[in-house]
Write a protein that binds this ligand. Structure first.
Ligand code: SF4
Length: 448
């Protein structure tokens, strides 16, 4: 699958306005009265289950109490001390399977506290309005740390290291920082260039510099970094898209779904983007859902999401699946891709229905074909093992200890390239935090 531009329309003002409204903020921010009302519902639980469900262990009852007592800046500090990307997580975290699912109010068959909206209410003034930066650096330690990748894990690690007083140099493969926050999340979750604003805020603490267009294994090499820096953090994500391995994958119109989303996120004018009329999305995770909804909102007549197992096995939450359906996406589960057909341009795609037999996924022999002029593939990414040949790996990902250190002394790792759990921004931030503490200890801790 080549990277394919989806840009071949002439820009059009009325279409641009229509598309702007299609990609407006999915959850508009709370005003002060709404935030106070929501905060007043919280029971401020002891040993709160919402905190245990948060991968970054934000003290949720504490920050909600701070909002309830009109201490918005204090609430922001409580959140950002644990999760420096609390702004993105307030927009993109699947809270319906994390803090909000565990809220005790649900047991009483009430609506959970809207933790994500309260979190956004607290942190947005600090990040968007650039109010006083809540963090100060410790005295400079003279130590230098290299970070590969300016995604959520790398930036969270960099920020914590900078606060410890270390200097950080980040090497980023792309032209902009933010990783999937900048390139991979749905546009209606990250309006008004929020990912860039958040990175600016993170860098505002000082002591962090970024070099762009530095590809690991091409421009940046682990052995060099180990020599020149006191420690290294690898946060390169998973950058190789998985392919289906079927006939027709190289036809025009077949595209990696993440590249489709990246093109959309980077387009200044969405009316210049072209989208198919009959779009098929393959996959069952959040990227598949984000791609399907955005194709529909760009104007596709029919978007069908096809997944080889059932809806219960999808990586996307039930809430995300419902969002897709309410946006007009047709979901067809229990079907596996057989072939993509066309001359040079994709014209249709055939599938075989599947079933489970003794826990194994089998084809039933029943097939069907869907017309298609665009196929978006969202079946995950993998890591280029060759550039990490000195590192221990498991299931295609880097293995790390409890402190985030790899088997190579002084080299730490985090984010999607390690096997830490969910491939979520919030988990990557936690990985970066853990590794920063590990690096600080490795360099001598408070005496470093
Ligand atoms: Fe508040 Fe719900 Fe958390 Fe209890 S579980 S502290 S009610 S958000």
């Amino acid at each position: 699958m080549d990277e394919q531009p989806i840009n071949n329309n002439q820009g059009d003002n009325s279409l641009a306005q229509h598309l702007d409204s299609n990609f407006a903020d999915l959850h508009p921010p709370l005003n002060q009265q709404q935030a106070s009302q929501q905060a007043s519902r919280c029971l401020f639980c002891y040993d709160a289950p919402c905190v245990i469900a948060c991968p970054t262990a934000i003290d949720i009852p504490k920050f909600i109490r701070q909002i309830a007592t009109d201490n918005q800046a204090g609430a922001a500090r409580t959140i950002l001390s644990e999760n420096i990307m609390g702004g993105t997580c307030a927009r993109a975290c699947p809270t319906e399977i994390l803090c909000e699912q565990k809220c005790v109010l649900v047991k009483g068959e009430d609506e959970p506290i809207d933790v994500s909206s309260l979190q956004r209410y607290a942190v947005d003034p600090v990040i968007i309005a650039e109010q006083d930066h809540p963090f100060k650096r410790a005295a400079n330690t003279g130590k230098k740390i290299a970070i590969i990748g300016a995604g959520p894990a790398g930036l969270a690690c960099a920020h914590a290291l900078a606060v410890f007083g270390h200097d950080v140099q980040i090497f980023e493969a792309k032209a902009k920082p933010g990783g999937l926050n900048e390139y991979g999340l749905a546009a209606y979750k990250m309006v008004d260039d929020f990912a860039a604003k958040e990175v600016k805020f993170i860098l505002g603490v000082g002591g962090i510099s970024i070099e762009y267009n530095q590809v690991f294994g091409r421009d940046v090499f682990l052995d060099d970094l180990k020599e020149k820096f006191d420690a290294v953090f690898v946060g390169i994500g998973l950058d190789k898209a998985n392919s289906l391995g079927i006939t027709g994958e190289n036809l025009n119109g077949v595209q990696d779904a993440l590249q489709f989303i990246a093109n959309l996120r980077q387009a200044k004018d969405k009316s210049t983007l072209n989208v198919g009329q009959q779009v098929i999305v393959i996959g069952g995770g959040n990227t598949a859902i984000d791609a399907a909804i955005q194709a529909k909102r760009l104007g596709a007549a029919c978007v069908t999401l096809v997944y080889r197992r059932g809806s219960a096995q999808m990586g996307a939450t039930a809430w995300e699946q419902d969002l897709a359906k309410t946006n007009g996406v047709v979901v067809r589960d229990w079907a596996k891709p057989l072939e993509i057909k066309g001359d040079s341009q994709v014209q249709s795609m055939s599938f075989e229905q599947t079933k489970l037999s003794n826990g194994k996924l089998l084809g039933t022999g029943k097939t069907f074909t869907l017309p298609a002029d665009q196929v978006l593939i969202a079946i995950g990414q993998n890591l280029d093992n060759q550039i990490l040949e000195t590192m221990d790996m498991a299931n295609g990902k880097i293995t790390v200890g409890d402190d985030g250190q790899t088997n190579v002394s002084g080299v730490f790792a985090g984010g999607d390239c390690i096997a830490s759990g969910e491939d979520l921004t919030v988990q990557a931030v936690q990985d970066g935090k853990i590794a920063a503490a590990g690096i600080h200890d490795y360099l001598g801790g408070a005496n470093g």
